[in-house]
Design a protein around this ligand. Structure first.
Ligand code: SAH
Length: 238
């Protein structure tokens, strides 16, 4: 009898249905695995090699930044809708743009188009301070909350038209614009440090745009490089 007692207890423990906490843990585990795979197959394989960028992409839980009903798709190779006609960018585009900024240590970055807050979260793992502006008020409110929940304490965000940047915290080491402008907004160039870099999609709305890297070489000397073709939602005006 004594010999059967212990295996029976073990069997009963094994048959217990998983608790909510265990289920939660399994889900987190699955998301972690999907994120690792995303970095290997979508980002590293396409040539993004900056260790800080790869680490941030491996760390930030992208699923927290997409609408709940789309979480199962969070690590797929595509943008996803976030409401209000806006999208969270494809993971590779986020990684590529972040790498293009070539952020110095202890840098201060401005983002135009907070959207879900995901790009700001990635930047927050690399830069010292991130300032992000969003023109759609409910997106601003929601992303602020998500960024807090994700523990991104070095991100400040505000609801305003990013065409004018965020003058109070200028100049910036880098500026990233995650909506497509028809031309480069002059206030953004003015808010860039000498030697600073801006990454911005420029072109017609809802069509193919050029992803530009702009380097402010001197007060009035701008170098512009076309990096690739992209398709972003348009920069709108208030
Ligand atoms: N970086 C975002 C991508 C959001 S899509 C993310 O990681 O999820 C682009 C965002 O730019 C949208 O949320 C849109 O509302 C915002 N946007 C468009 N025009 C803007 C403007 N003039 N100022 C600030 N934000 C703007």
């Amino acid at each position: 009898m004594r010999h059967f007692a212990i295996p029976l207890i073990l069997l009963l423990a094994w048959l217990q249905p998983p608790t909510a906490a265990a289920a939660e843990k399994m889900t987190t585990h699955a998301f972690d695995a999907a994120r690792k795979k995303m970095v290997a197959t979508q980002i590293r394989s396409r040539g993004v090699s900056d260790p800080a960028v790869l680490r941030a992409m491996e760390t930030v839980p992208r699923h927290l930044f997409v609408p709940e009903k789309l979480r199962a798709h969070a690590y797929e190779d595509r943008p996803l809708p976030i409401g209000f006609g806006q999208t969270i960018s494809q993971p590779y585009v986020v990684a590529l743009m972040t790498q293009l900024l070539d952020l110095p240590k202890a840098s201060r970055v401005l983002e135009v188009g907070t959207g879900s807050g995901y790009q700001a979260a990635i930047l927050s793992h690399i830069a010292k301070e991130v300032f992000s502006v969003e023109i759609v008020k409910p997106l601003h409110a929601r992303s602020k909350q998500t960024l807090e929940e994700a523990g991104c304490a070095n991100v400040a965000s505000i609801h305003r038209d990013g065409f004018f940047g965020w003058q109070e915290h200028a100049p910036y080491d880098a500026i990233i614009v995650t909506c497509a402008a028809e031309s480069v907004p002059p206030p953004l160039v003015q808010q860039l440090k000498i030697g600073g870099v801006m990454c911005i999609p420029v072109g017609p709305p809802f069509r193919v745009q050029n992803l530009l890297r702009i380097t402010r070489k001197a007060e009035n000397d701008i170098k512009t490089e076309v990096i690739t073709q992209v398709r972003f939602v348009p920069l709108t005006r208030q």
